[in-house]
Ligand binder design. Structure first.
Ligand code: SF4
Ligand code: SF4
Length: 335
């Protein structure tokens, strides 16, 4: 068993993964922990935290490894990671994302940016930054980003051996989805090769973000009186675009009959309607557009549409103007 490359004061190598539901961070954490403990002989643990709605809500997965002679008596979230894996560019700038990242941290970001642009995008003060276009790999291999990121993790960690992860991958996917194993192994291998890495020292360009525990803001002296809503919300700011896994529905308005089936099926009220007067002088509801801000890319609307007015496309290949307008008059306008 290889010695862990670096450990904290309690003797642990710690990994934090940041994602949203549907991208497989929880499964990736389990696979990593099983590979390290069952195949490589470390002691360790993993757990995830996520909200009630699985797809679209924030997910954090945590993995710890230590020497097998040590007991794992720490079960709190990882606050100062040796490795931080960010599953989506769209969540990379969320407040606190880089909390606890230091010069010894390796940050892996799923992005198509080059490593210098990614540093600026993140505002990373120091540490090793690894960029990999896991979304592109997963779209091309028809898999998910987690397997590509596992390949990158194996390669850059220096101690979580690729063979161990591949064995667990085969055991995990082989049970329920045996047909997906070859594509997942290929995705893993591409993730292990198709990344770029660069070490940054603290040159003063960005402020380091050490972990700090925020104290309790409200107590018996200052709590608001009952019934007061101190943080009012509105769905205007709801944005599910980061939940999408690379695909979107596109509405061909010329084929749409405004039958309304998609609207009934959509879980997130993405379709915008308008009241119009028909040629016969009747008032009718007409489908106008998709609001992509609210669309999490489940593609249920594409399945339900009998008129082929909704079709699936790779989001990065769809023109920005189409996403802004929410519809096309002709399929030729899509790319
Ligand atoms: S299901 Fe298809 S035809 Fe019916 S309203 Fe939706 S897009 Fe239009
Ligand atoms: S893919 Fe279709 S059904 Fe799913 S959220 Fe987007 S618009 Fe709604």
């Amino acid at each position: 068993m290889q010695k862990l490359p670096i450990v904290n004061g309690l003797g642990f190598y710690e990994i934090r993964m940041a994602s949203i539901g549907g991208f497989g961070a929880n499964v990736a954490g389990k696979i990593l922990a099983e590979a390290g403990v069952l195949k490589l002989g470390y002691n360790g643990s993993n757990f995830s935290s996520y909200g009630s709605e699985k797809k679209g809500s924030a997910v954090s997965a945590f993995v710890r490894f230590c020497d097998p002679s040590m007991a794992v008596r720490v079960n709190s979230p990882v606050t100062e990671p040796h490795m931080l894996v960010i599953f989506l560019e769209s969540i990379a700038r969320h407040p606190g994302m880089l909390s606890g990242v230091g010069p010894d941290t390796t940050v892996i970001l799923n992005t198509s940016m080059d490593v210098d642009a990614a540093r600026d995008y993140l505002g990373l003060a120091c540490g090793t930054l690894v960029v990999v276009d896991a979304m592109k790999i997963s779209i091309e291999e028809k898999t998910r980003v987690n397997t590509a990121l596992l390949g990158t993790i194996a390669e850059v960690s220096g101690f979580i051996k690729a063979e161990a992860i591949k064995e667990i991958l085969v055991e995990t996917f082989g049970k329920k989805y045996a047909a997906t194993v070859p594509a997942n192994l290929k995705t893993f291998e591409r993730g292990a090769k198709e990344f770029k890495m660069k070490k940054f020292t603290d040159d003063g360009k960005y402020r380091p973000q050490p972990f700090s525990r925020s104290g309790q803001k409200l107590g018996y002296l200052n709590q608001p009186i009952g019934g007061v809503i101190v943080a009012a919300g509105t769905s205007m700011y709801k944005d599910l675009s980061s939940s999408r896994s690379g695909y979107i529905p596109v509405l061909d308005i010329g084929k749409c009959t405004s039958c309304g089936e998609c609207d009934i099926t959509c879980p997130d009220y993405c379709f915008e309607w308008a009241s119009e007067t028909s040629k016969k002088g009747k008032q009718e509801q007409v489908l106008k557009r998709i609001h992509y801000q609210y669309c999490k890319g489940c593609l249920r609307c594409v399945v339900i549409c009998k008129f082929e007015a909704l079709t699936t496309h790779v989001e990065s290949e769809v023109k920005k103007s189409v996403i802004e307008s929410g519809y096309v008059n002709d399929v030729k306008e899509i790319k």
